[in-house]
Write a protein that binds this ligand. Structure first.
Ligand code: UDP
Ligand code: MG
Length: 317
């Protein structure tokens, strides 16, 4: 008996003052259409999560929430990052809704597939992934780095959905299951498949950001990628071990070579190869230490079990 579900659209916003007015207009239009066609319940809401922005994002959200019954908002006490902001919104929406859709504030992801997502939800699917068909609108760098990353993740056994970011519909029980993962190092697109409920995909074309700037410059993307890998896969550490074994074998070979050179009287001529291997092995050791350190850092953060966010203010109605 769930013909008319309550939908919460969760939108994380960080420094989004330029995009919010247009975004809200489009989302509100969509929600109005969905309610008038009784595809969703009138208690459905758009929930903006202000991730500790320092610009006018929160004042815009509170104005929108004051003037539209379907708009709610919450603001976090500090900038905790996209993934944590999503969790904050989902935690709030979990008890108020039958299903949630998470979408970025810039609406680069096509909102016109939302009715399709709802159809699949109505048909009994718990998770509906929004999957990009093509990435013409992204820069060459962003497109290729994202694709290389997806491939790498698969090679490392992290089962994320190819070309899917954080645009997805989740049923209430899927959200609750997701929230039961208590880790601080969040990589939601890797966690959601672990929830395991029935899932499906809808396809759309990604458009360019219409206003404001991307909050994921290359440096941040790289650290997000490293987080994603090291939170899910221990393969890199095993790689370090394998490399170590290979080096020991190479060293044994080198020993034979050195002995032979010594007895044939060419000992000094090995200097260049020696100095090269010195640097190479030194570099490998440092990389290995770095990888292991990355995991130890993760353990350190998880062990402290710090809260993921604090809510500063919220307007829920
Ligand atoms: N975002 C956030 N906290 C942050 C960084 C980003 O809540 O610390 C939000 C941002 O407002 C947007 C979404 O995460 O809604 C995705 O960011 P963006 O569009 O800049 O990333 P891109 O699409 O370039 O990967
Ligand atoms: Mg974007």
């Amino acid at each position: 008996m769930q013909d008319c579900p309550v939908l919460y659209i969760v939108v994380p916003c960080y420094q989004e003052q330029d995009t919010l007015p247009a975004t809200n207009e489009r989302l509100l239009g969509l929600l109005d259409r969905l309610t008038s066609q009784s595809q969703v319940h009138t208690a459905s809401r758009i929930l903006y999560v202000d991730d500790g922005s320092t610009d006018d994002t929160w004042s815009i959200i509170s104005d929108l929430a004051a003037s539209h019954a379907q708009v709610c908002g919450m603001t976090l006490s500090a900038n905790v990052g996209h993934q944590n902001a999503l969790v904050a919104g989902l935690e709030c929406a979990a008890d108020l809704s039958d299903c949630t859709i998470t979408i970025d504030a810039d609406l680069q992801d096509d909102i016109n597939v939302i009715p399709q997502m709802l159809d699949q939800y109505a048909a009994g699917t718990d998770v509906v992934y929004g999957v990009r068909r093509e990435r013409k609108s992204d820069t060459w760098f962003k497109r290729n780095s994202a694709q290389a990353f997806h491939r790498l993740m698969h090679a490392l056994d992290v089962k994320s959905v190819y070309n899917h970011a954080d645009y997805r519909l989740m049923s209430r029980r899927a959200v609750k299951a997701l929230l039961a993962f208590k880790e601080r190092n969040l990589f939601l697109r890797g966690l959601v498949p672990l929830v395991g409920y029935r899932s499906s995909e809808v396809y759309y074309d990604r458009i360019a950001r219409q206003a404001g700037k991307s909050k994921y410059p290359p440096g941040k993307m790289l650290s997000f990628a490293i987080d994603g890998i090291t939170s899910f896969s221990v393969k890199p550490v095993r790689l370090v071990l394998t490399l170590g074994i290979v080096f020991v074998l190479v060293a044994a070979g080198m020993l034979v070579y050195a002995l032979v050179s010594y007895f044939t009287g060419h000992a000094i001529s090995g200097w260049s190869s020696l100095i090269l291997s010195l640097w190479f092995i030194g570099g490998c050791i440092l990389i290995g230490l770095g990888i292991v350190g990355e995991y130890i850092g993760k353990i350190y953060i998880e062990v402290k079990g710090r809260p993921r966010y604090f809510v500063q203010d919220s307007i829920i109605h």
